[in-house]
Design a protein around this ligand. Structure first.
Ligand SMILES: Nc1ncnc2c1ncn2[C@@H]1O[C@H](COP(=O)(O)OP(=O)(O)OP(=O)(O)O)[C@@H](O)[C@H]1O
Ligand SMILES: [Mg+2]
Length: 235
């Protein structure tokens, strides 16, 4: 579903403030795959999320969703921003649902799946906690039935209960929904993906899949570094 080839991104390209965030990123993600993206602060995770979600075009290489530029796939892609407050533009929860033009019952169902009840509908966004705002934004995305979800640090700042509600809601999505989750906490995010891609200084440095082995008591890790070596061992 996602095909990145030699993707690079330079913020403020062509200006004296140009700053490179991504370089030479190759990545394939199949339909329905659940992928975690991790890496240190400033390694380019959010920039990658913006490219995947089609909100910016790469300055080098190509980013395709279902064979077309990601920038042309906005209707099928849902993007939860790292700074979630920036994407909620209406004053109340109900008005936010209406803004998307989504069916009100679908929106309510999504809110319920994220632990809310109808009392949340008239609430003012600015009187809600970060965790509540993030779950409201996610409810809007879930109700749009996107085939690709890009979630940038969805668990950051959430308490354990909110983390559980959010993960349950993502797990309940149709198996065909592709989900890419940016996270600093691989352990907490384990149920959101069995493949972890790592960035460092804008480059993809590791791609690890946790595959259930035939022995039900153990898991086997298949790790591929950027040179295609499996298990970190040169082939
Ligand atoms: N809008 C912007 N304008 C200019 N430079 C930017 C912009 N956004 C990010 N950068 C730079 O691009 C690089 C990658 O930033 P990015 O936000 O993608 O990293 P990140 O891995 O998401 O970091 P964090 O873990 O802190 O969220 C950093 O050097 C950052 O300073
Ligand atoms: Mg970020």
């Amino acid at each position: 579903m996602i095909e990145l080839r030699n993707v690079g991104y330079v913020h403020d390209d062509g200006t004296p403030w140009a700053s490179r965030a991504l370089e030479g990123v190759d990545l394939d993600v199949g339909a329905g795959e659940r992928v975690l993206v991790t890496g240190p602060n400033g390694s380019g995770k959010s920039t990658l999320a913006w490219v995947l979600a089609g909100h910016v075009a790469p300055t080098e290489g190509r980013a395709l969703v279902d064979g077309k530029p990601a920038t042309d796939a906005l209707t099928k892609t849902g993007f939860l921003l790292q700074h979630t407050r920036l994407q909620i533009l209406a004053p109340t929860v109900l008005a936010e649902g209406e803004r998307y033009g989504i069916d009100k019952d679908w929106f309510r169902q999504s809110l319920f799946s994220l632990g809310f009840d109808d009392s949340i509908l008239p609430r003012k966004i600015d009187e809600m906690s970060l965790g509540q705002q993030r779950r409201v934004a996610l409810a809007g995305l879930l109700a749009r039935s996107c085939s690709l979800l890009v979630l940038d640090e969805p668990l950051a700042g959430l308490d354990r209960k909110s983390v559980g509600q959010l993960i349950d809601a993502v797990e309940a999505l149709p198996k065909s929904t592709t989900v890419v989750t940016i996270t600093h906490d691989i352990e907490a995010s384990a149920r959101l993906g069995s493949r972890t891609v790592s960035l460092d200084e804008g480059r993809l440095v590791n791609d690890v899949s946790t595959v259930a082995s035939t022995d039900e008591h153990t898991d086997a890790d298949t790790s591929t570094d950027v040179n295609g070596n499996v298990g970190g061992q040169p082939s």
